[in-house]
Write a protein that binds this ligand. Structure first.
Ligand code: GRG
Length: 293
Protein backbone atom coordinates (compact mmCIF):
# COMPACT_ATOMS: atom_id res chain seq x y z
CA UNK A 1 0.00 0.00 0.00
CA UNK A 2 1.25 3.51 -0.90
CA UNK A 3 0.99 5.36 2.38
CA UNK A 4 2.18 8.67 0.92
CA UNK A 5 -0.76 8.57 -1.50
CA UNK A 6 -3.06 7.62 1.39
CA UNK A 7 -1.82 10.59 3.47
CA UNK A 8 -2.28 12.90 0.48
CA UNK A 9 -5.96 11.98 0.42
CA UNK A 10 -6.47 12.19 4.21
CA UNK A 11 -4.78 15.60 4.65
CA UNK A 12 -7.51 17.64 2.86
CA UNK A 13 -10.18 15.84 4.88
CA UNK A 14 -8.40 16.66 8.16
CA UNK A 15 -7.63 20.24 7.07
CA UNK A 16 -11.24 20.82 6.12
CA UNK A 17 -12.46 19.56 9.52
CA UNK A 18 -9.86 21.66 11.37
CA UNK A 19 -10.97 24.69 9.39
CA UNK A 20 -14.57 24.07 10.47
CA UNK A 21 -13.66 23.57 14.14
CA UNK A 22 -11.46 26.69 14.43
CA UNK A 23 -12.75 30.26 14.73
CA UNK A 24 -12.27 32.25 11.49
CA UNK A 25 -9.03 34.25 11.25
CA UNK A 26 -11.16 37.41 11.23
CA UNK A 27 -12.88 36.57 14.55
CA UNK A 28 -12.07 39.10 17.28
CA UNK A 29 -9.39 39.27 18.61
CA UNK A 30 -7.95 38.65 15.17
CA UNK A 31 -4.31 38.17 16.15
CA UNK A 32 -4.87 35.06 18.24
CA UNK A 33 -7.02 33.37 15.63
CA UNK A 34 -4.57 34.25 12.87
CA UNK A 35 -1.70 32.87 14.99
CA UNK A 36 -3.55 29.63 15.79
CA UNK A 37 -4.27 29.10 12.10
CA UNK A 38 -0.75 30.13 11.06
CA UNK A 39 0.77 27.21 12.97
CA UNK A 40 -2.04 24.73 12.40
CA UNK A 41 -2.10 25.19 8.62
CA UNK A 42 1.67 25.38 8.10
CA UNK A 43 2.01 22.09 6.22
CA UNK A 44 2.45 19.56 9.03
CA UNK A 45 2.45 15.91 7.99
CA UNK A 46 -0.86 15.22 9.85
CA UNK A 47 0.46 11.84 10.99
CA UNK A 48 -1.38 11.77 14.30
CA UNK A 49 -4.87 12.60 12.95
CA UNK A 50 -4.33 10.21 10.03
CA UNK A 51 -3.46 7.51 12.57
CA UNK A 52 -6.67 8.27 14.47
CA UNK A 53 -8.69 7.78 11.29
CA UNK A 54 -6.81 4.60 10.35
CA UNK A 55 -7.26 3.10 13.83
CA UNK A 56 -10.99 3.83 13.68
CA UNK A 57 -11.28 2.04 10.35
CA UNK A 58 -9.17 -0.90 11.54
CA UNK A 59 -11.72 -1.34 14.35
CA UNK A 60 -14.69 -1.21 11.98
CA UNK A 61 -15.59 2.43 12.59
CA UNK A 62 -15.89 5.45 10.31
CA UNK A 63 -13.55 8.36 9.65
CA UNK A 64 -16.46 10.76 10.13
CA UNK A 65 -16.93 9.67 13.76
CA UNK A 66 -13.17 9.79 14.40
CA UNK A 67 -12.64 13.31 12.99
CA UNK A 68 -13.23 15.34 16.19
CA UNK A 69 -10.64 13.23 18.06
CA UNK A 70 -8.27 13.43 15.07
CA UNK A 71 -8.49 17.23 15.01
CA UNK A 72 -8.12 17.45 18.78
CA UNK A 73 -4.80 15.54 18.76
CA UNK A 74 -3.44 17.70 15.94
CA UNK A 75 -4.27 20.83 17.98
CA UNK A 76 -2.41 19.42 20.99
CA UNK A 77 0.54 18.44 18.81
CA UNK A 78 0.71 21.90 17.19
CA UNK A 79 0.48 23.64 20.58
CA UNK A 80 3.42 21.55 21.81
CA UNK A 81 5.50 22.57 18.78
CA UNK A 82 4.64 26.28 19.17
CA UNK A 83 5.70 26.20 22.82
CA UNK A 84 8.73 23.98 22.16
CA UNK A 85 10.04 26.56 19.66
CA UNK A 86 9.88 29.46 22.16
CA UNK A 87 13.15 31.11 23.22
CA UNK A 88 12.65 29.79 26.78
CA UNK A 89 12.50 26.21 25.45
CA UNK A 90 14.19 24.97 22.27
CA UNK A 91 14.51 28.48 20.80
CA UNK A 92 13.94 27.75 17.13
CA UNK A 93 13.29 30.08 14.20
CA UNK A 94 11.98 27.52 11.74
CA UNK A 95 9.10 25.05 11.91
CA UNK A 96 7.25 23.28 9.14
CA UNK A 97 9.45 25.23 6.72
CA UNK A 98 8.27 28.65 7.96
CA UNK A 99 9.31 31.16 10.63
CA UNK A 100 8.11 30.00 14.05
CA UNK A 101 5.05 31.59 15.69
CA UNK A 102 7.00 33.86 18.07
CA UNK A 103 9.12 35.12 15.15
CA UNK A 104 5.95 36.25 13.36
CA UNK A 105 3.63 37.25 16.21
CA UNK A 106 6.01 37.86 19.13
CA UNK A 107 6.47 35.75 22.24
CA UNK A 108 3.33 36.84 24.06
CA UNK A 109 0.95 35.92 21.25
CA UNK A 110 2.87 32.68 20.53
CA UNK A 111 2.43 31.55 24.15
CA UNK A 112 -1.27 32.42 23.95
CA UNK A 113 -1.70 30.72 20.54
CA UNK A 114 -0.25 27.53 22.07
CA UNK A 115 -2.57 27.90 25.09
CA UNK A 116 -5.56 28.45 22.79
CA UNK A 117 -4.72 25.39 20.67
CA UNK A 118 -4.41 23.29 23.83
CA UNK A 119 -7.76 24.55 25.09
CA UNK A 120 -9.64 24.23 21.82
CA UNK A 121 -8.48 20.60 21.54
CA UNK A 122 -10.84 19.73 24.40
CA UNK A 123 -13.65 21.88 22.99
CA UNK A 124 -13.34 19.90 19.74
CA UNK A 125 -13.07 16.51 21.46
CA UNK A 126 -16.21 17.34 23.44
CA UNK A 127 -18.05 17.23 20.08
CA UNK A 128 -17.06 13.59 19.50
CA UNK A 129 -19.72 10.90 19.52
CA UNK A 130 -19.74 8.64 22.56
CA UNK A 131 -19.97 4.89 22.04
CA UNK A 132 -21.38 2.11 24.21
CA UNK A 133 -17.95 1.38 25.72
CA UNK A 134 -16.37 4.84 25.69
CA UNK A 135 -18.25 7.80 27.14
CA UNK A 136 -17.07 11.42 27.00
CA UNK A 137 -15.18 11.37 30.36
CA UNK A 138 -13.05 8.47 29.06
CA UNK A 139 -12.22 10.35 25.84
CA UNK A 140 -11.35 13.55 27.70
CA UNK A 141 -9.23 11.64 30.21
CA UNK A 142 -7.37 9.89 27.39
CA UNK A 143 -6.26 13.14 25.78
CA UNK A 144 -5.68 15.01 29.04
CA UNK A 145 -3.49 12.25 30.47
CA UNK A 146 -1.34 11.91 27.34
CA UNK A 147 -0.80 15.70 27.20
CA UNK A 148 -0.30 16.18 30.92
CA UNK A 149 2.49 16.37 33.45
CA UNK A 150 3.20 12.63 33.48
CA UNK A 151 3.50 12.23 29.71
CA UNK A 152 3.94 15.01 27.08
CA UNK A 153 4.77 17.78 29.54
CA UNK A 154 6.69 15.39 31.81
CA UNK A 155 8.83 14.30 28.86
CA UNK A 156 9.54 17.91 27.96
CA UNK A 157 10.61 18.63 31.55
CA UNK A 158 12.95 15.61 31.59
CA UNK A 159 14.29 16.70 28.19
CA UNK A 160 14.99 20.24 29.42
CA UNK A 161 16.67 18.93 32.56
CA UNK A 162 18.74 16.44 30.57
CA UNK A 163 20.31 19.08 28.28
CA UNK A 164 24.08 19.10 28.49
CA UNK A 165 24.08 16.04 30.79
CA UNK A 166 25.10 12.47 30.10
CA UNK A 167 21.94 10.42 30.52
CA UNK A 168 21.35 6.67 30.55
CA UNK A 169 19.58 4.70 27.80
CA UNK A 170 16.71 4.07 30.24
CA UNK A 171 16.23 7.78 30.90
CA UNK A 172 16.37 8.50 27.17
CA UNK A 173 13.61 5.94 26.54
CA UNK A 174 11.57 7.51 29.32
CA UNK A 175 11.83 10.93 27.63
CA UNK A 176 10.89 9.57 24.21
CA UNK A 177 7.98 7.53 25.58
CA UNK A 178 6.59 10.58 27.35
CA UNK A 179 7.34 13.30 24.81
CA UNK A 180 6.48 11.46 21.60
CA UNK A 181 4.99 8.00 22.04
CA UNK A 182 2.25 8.96 24.52
CA UNK A 183 0.46 11.38 22.17
CA UNK A 184 0.89 9.07 19.18
CA UNK A 185 -0.57 6.21 21.22
CA UNK A 186 -3.47 8.38 22.40
CA UNK A 187 -4.15 9.39 18.76
CA UNK A 188 -4.50 5.73 17.86
CA UNK A 189 -6.47 4.78 20.97
CA UNK A 190 -8.94 7.64 20.44
CA UNK A 191 -9.58 6.39 16.90
CA UNK A 192 -10.23 2.91 18.27
CA UNK A 193 -12.49 4.32 20.99
CA UNK A 194 -14.54 6.24 18.40
CA UNK A 195 -15.20 2.84 16.81
CA UNK A 196 -16.26 1.23 20.13
CA UNK A 197 -13.24 -1.14 19.94
CA UNK A 198 -13.22 -4.18 22.21
CA UNK A 199 -10.80 -4.00 25.16
CA UNK A 200 -8.58 -6.63 23.45
CA UNK A 201 -8.34 -4.55 20.27
CA UNK A 202 -7.65 -1.40 22.28
CA UNK A 203 -4.86 -3.21 24.13
CA UNK A 204 -3.34 -4.44 20.84
CA UNK A 205 -3.43 -0.91 19.42
CA UNK A 206 -1.86 0.47 22.59
CA UNK A 207 1.07 -1.90 22.08
CA UNK A 208 1.22 -0.88 18.42
CA UNK A 209 1.19 2.83 19.35
CA UNK A 210 3.94 2.49 21.94
CA UNK A 211 6.27 0.68 19.54
CA UNK A 212 5.43 3.00 16.64
CA UNK A 213 5.82 6.11 18.81
CA UNK A 214 9.25 5.09 20.03
CA UNK A 215 10.34 4.10 16.50
CA UNK A 216 9.11 7.48 15.25
CA UNK A 217 11.30 9.35 17.75
CA UNK A 218 14.38 7.17 17.15
CA UNK A 219 14.03 7.94 13.43
CA UNK A 220 13.47 11.64 14.19
CA UNK A 221 16.73 11.66 16.16
CA UNK A 222 18.54 9.93 13.28
CA UNK A 223 17.15 12.43 10.74
CA UNK A 224 18.28 15.35 12.90
CA UNK A 225 21.90 14.29 12.32
CA UNK A 226 21.62 12.92 8.77
CA UNK A 227 19.32 15.39 6.97
CA UNK A 228 19.45 19.04 5.95
CA UNK A 229 17.37 21.91 7.34
CA UNK A 230 15.73 22.34 3.90
CA UNK A 231 14.62 18.73 3.82
CA UNK A 232 13.32 18.70 7.41
CA UNK A 233 11.61 22.12 7.38
CA UNK A 234 13.12 22.67 10.84
CA UNK A 235 16.67 23.37 11.95
CA UNK A 236 18.80 20.25 11.42
CA UNK A 237 21.58 19.38 13.88
CA UNK A 238 19.65 21.17 16.64
CA UNK A 239 19.87 18.26 19.06
CA UNK A 240 23.64 18.03 18.82
CA UNK A 241 24.01 21.82 19.16
CA UNK A 242 21.84 21.76 22.30
CA UNK A 243 23.71 18.68 23.58
CA UNK A 244 20.37 16.91 23.75
CA UNK A 245 19.89 13.31 24.72
CA UNK A 246 19.15 11.47 21.48
CA UNK A 247 19.40 7.88 20.28
CA UNK A 248 22.44 8.48 18.04
CA UNK A 249 24.15 10.39 20.89
CA UNK A 250 23.55 7.63 23.45
CA UNK A 251 23.67 4.47 21.28
CA UNK A 252 25.39 5.54 18.03
CA UNK A 253 23.80 5.67 14.55
CA UNK A 254 24.13 1.99 13.74
CA UNK A 255 22.46 0.74 16.94
CA UNK A 256 19.79 3.44 16.58
CA UNK A 257 18.90 2.19 13.08
CA UNK A 258 18.71 -1.38 14.37
CA UNK A 259 16.45 -0.25 17.23
CA UNK A 260 14.12 1.52 14.78
CA UNK A 261 13.85 -1.74 12.79
CA UNK A 262 13.24 -3.80 15.95
CA UNK A 263 10.48 -1.44 17.10
CA UNK A 264 8.85 -1.50 13.64
CA UNK A 265 8.77 -5.31 13.76
CA UNK A 266 7.18 -5.10 17.23
CA UNK A 267 4.58 -2.65 15.88
CA UNK A 268 3.73 -5.11 13.08
CA UNK A 269 3.42 -7.98 15.55
CA UNK A 270 0.93 -6.02 17.67
CA UNK A 271 -1.34 -5.73 14.61
CA UNK A 272 -1.67 -9.47 14.14
CA UNK A 273 -5.24 -9.70 15.53
CA UNK A 274 -6.40 -7.24 12.87
CA UNK A 275 -5.46 -9.36 9.86
CA UNK A 276 -6.27 -7.55 6.59
CA UNK A 277 -7.91 -4.68 8.49
CA UNK A 278 -4.51 -3.71 9.89
CA UNK A 279 -3.00 -3.04 6.44
CA UNK A 280 -3.07 0.77 6.64
CA UNK A 281 -1.61 0.84 10.16
CA UNK A 282 1.07 -1.65 9.07
CA UNK A 283 1.91 0.64 6.15
CA UNK A 284 2.26 3.55 8.61
CA UNK A 285 4.96 1.67 10.50
CA UNK A 286 6.87 0.94 7.27
CA UNK A 287 6.46 4.51 6.04
CA UNK A 288 7.75 6.04 9.27
CA UNK A 289 10.76 3.73 9.24
CA UNK A 290 11.64 4.70 5.66
CA UNK A 291 10.85 8.44 5.92
CA UNK A 292 13.57 10.97 5.19
CA UNK A 293 11.90 14.12 6.63
C1 GRG B 1 6.01 22.25 25.01
C2 GRG B 1 4.60 20.68 26.39
C3 GRG B 1 5.58 20.88 25.34
C4 GRG B 1 6.04 19.79 24.71
C5 GRG B 1 6.94 19.86 23.59
C6 GRG B 1 6.71 18.56 20.70
C7 GRG B 1 7.74 18.61 21.74
C8 GRG B 1 7.31 18.49 23.17
C9 GRG B 1 9.00 18.87 21.41
C10 GRG B 1 9.41 19.11 20.00
C11 GRG B 1 10.58 18.35 19.62
C12 GRG B 1 10.34 16.88 19.51
C13 GRG B 1 11.51 16.04 19.20
C14 GRG B 1 9.17 16.38 19.70
C15 GRG B 1 8.84 14.97 19.62
C16 GRG B 1 7.72 14.78 18.70
C17 GRG B 1 8.07 15.13 17.30
C18 GRG B 1 9.14 14.39 16.61
C19 GRG B 1 7.41 16.10 16.73
C20 GRG B 1 7.45 16.40 15.29
O1 GRG B 1 6.37 15.69 14.74
P1 GRG B 1 6.09 15.62 13.19
O2 GRG B 1 7.34 15.22 12.48
O3 GRG B 1 5.79 17.14 12.87
O4 GRG B 1 4.89 14.79 12.98
P2 GRG B 1 4.80 17.82 11.82
O5 GRG B 1 5.28 19.26 11.75
O6 GRG B 1 4.92 17.12 10.49
O7 GRG B 1 3.42 17.72 12.39
Amino acid sequence: MDLKAHLDTRTPLIDCALDRFLPRATTKPRTIHEAMRYSLFAGGKRLRPALTLAAAKACGGTEEHALPAACAVECIHTYSLVHDDLPCMDDDDLRRGRPTSHKVYGEGVAVLAGDALLTIAFEILAQARETARYKMPALIRELATASGSQWLIGGQVADLEGEGKKISGAELKYIHRCKTAALLTASIRLGAMSANATPARLAALTEFGQALGLAFQVIDDILDVTQTTEKLGKTAGKDVAATKATYPAVFGLDRSRKEAHRLTTAAHAALKPFGKNGATLRAFADYLLARDY
